[in-house]
Design a protein around this ligand. Structure first.
Ligand SMILES: [Zn+2]
Length: 395
């Protein structure tokens, strides 16, 4: 990879703030962060950043698709998505699968995993499997009891390319699944649940350390009698310092006050931005066909909605249309925190959760995944994006 010197930028280290005005890359890694009078070494390419903000690339740990493509639809859509992510400032993604975790789909899982290995424009550490051992349905996810045998077949089919799996603490026989995931180095995420405090704590004790699209498909427990407020999975997770949480930060799936409450409980290090994006994310407003047998409507500032006039589900949520650049812009507006702490929620926090030591930071030795941002009227827009020191997007 050609060496690179970017000057005249504000280098943002998440959690710390602006730590320099220039950044030097060699061999796909960050070699140095310094000041503007740095001289290029040898034939290094020099870029003037025009005073813009330079941050680590954004990391999305829960996303099903983008524009007109679903990751799980096949190797070609998976690769199509990978080429589109740079324009949103996203450099690392866990493609999230939800309808292919069954024995008839093992060959398809293998073809997806093989395709993943050839992707260059974004980093795919591994898949996020949303199911099948979930307690509550939602968005097509499967709901079957915990089955370590099936889990091992799924992990084998992907040649070990699984980074996270979403489970529910109230799924029968789930604890052996969580223990197996931990042994295999896969992060168990809690979701789609109406678990009790005891079930949730047992799942965390077994090794679940994160809750995904927190509050969405986490229905509250039944009120046992007037005057009594029951507690369940949400309270158990908020109260447990071992557990991180993530949110779909589109202003539709949760009210911003919910995110502020989680920051108050967990600190800025314990909260993560996700998109949970699907077909419809990142494209202009309009009506689009899907592989699901109905059309969807996309409108600015809203989630994707079912467009089937006359059908009972017309107008209901069909998924998230969020992209990481918009999610980060929203968080910077909503949270009364220093910007460097908000940036951590889309960069170093997910990297730390997944043990991706070289991601999410702008420091010596880190992977050269970063984004030069335009900021207009408080909206972030990627100007240029690099993955492993290679420019994958330029506006
Ligand atoms: Zn999802």
């Amino acid at each position: 990879m050609g060496d690179l010197l970017i000057r005249n930028v504000r280098v943002m280290q998440p959690g710390d703030g602006v730590v320099g005005n220039s950044l030097r890359v060699a061999g796909g890694k960050i070699e140095a962060i310094g000041c503007n009078d740095d001289e290029p070494s040898g034939d290094a390419k020099v870029i003037d950043g025009g005073g813009r903000l330079l941050t680590p690339g954004l990391i999305d740990i829960h996303t099903h698709g983008l524009q007109k493509f679903l990751y799980e639809a096949g190797p070609d859509p998976l690769k199509d998505c990978s080429r589109l992510l740079g324009q949103y400032g996203t450099t690392t993604v866990l493609p999230t699968l939800y309808t292919v975790m069954n024995r008839p789909s093992l060959a398809k899982l293998k073809s997806l995993a093989d395709a993943m290995a050839s992707v260059k424009d974004v980093c795919f550490p591994g898949f996020h499997l949303e199911g099948p051992f979930l307690a509550l349905p939602g968005a097509g996810a499967e709901t079957i009891p915990g089955d370590v045998g099936l889990l091992k077949e799924l992990l084998d089919a992907t040649s070990g390319r699984v980074t996270a799996m979403s489970i529910s603490p109230d799924t029968p026989n789930i604890l052996p699944v969580i223990e197996c995931l931990r042994r295999e180095g896969v992060a168990p995420f809690i979701t789609h649940t109406q678990a009790t405090v005891e079930q949730t704590t047992a799942a965390i004790d077994a090794g679940a350390q994160h809750a995904t699209h927190f509050y969405n498909v986490f229905p509250p427990p039944k009120v046992p009698e007037p005057g009594v407020h029951p507690a369940g999975a949400i309270e158990a997770i908020l109260a447990d310092p071992r557990c991180f949480v993530d949110f779909i930060c589109d202003g539709v799936h949760v009210h911003p006050i919910v995110i502020r409450a989680a920051v108050a409980a967990k600190g800025w290090q314990g909260v993560i931005l996700i998109t949970d994006s699907n077909i419809g994310a990142g494209i202009p407003s309009g009506r689009y066909d899907t592989p699901w047998g109905f059309s969807v409507k996309v409108a600015a500032g809203d989630a994707t909605r079912i467009d089937a006039p006359g059908h009972k589900n017309h107008g209901l949520l069909a998924g998230s249309a969020l992209t990481m650049d918009v999610g980060m812009s929203n968080l910077l507006h909503w949270l009364d925190l220093p910007a460097e702490q908000v940036w951590a929620m889309g960069t170093v926090n997910p990297a730390r959760l997944l043990g991706l030591e070289n991601k999410g930071n702008l420091c010596c030795g880190a992977d050269a995944d970063f984004v030069l941002w335009d900021e207009e009227d408080g909206q972030l827009q990627a100007s240029r994006t690099w993955v492993g020191g290679r420019c994958v997007f330029q506006r």
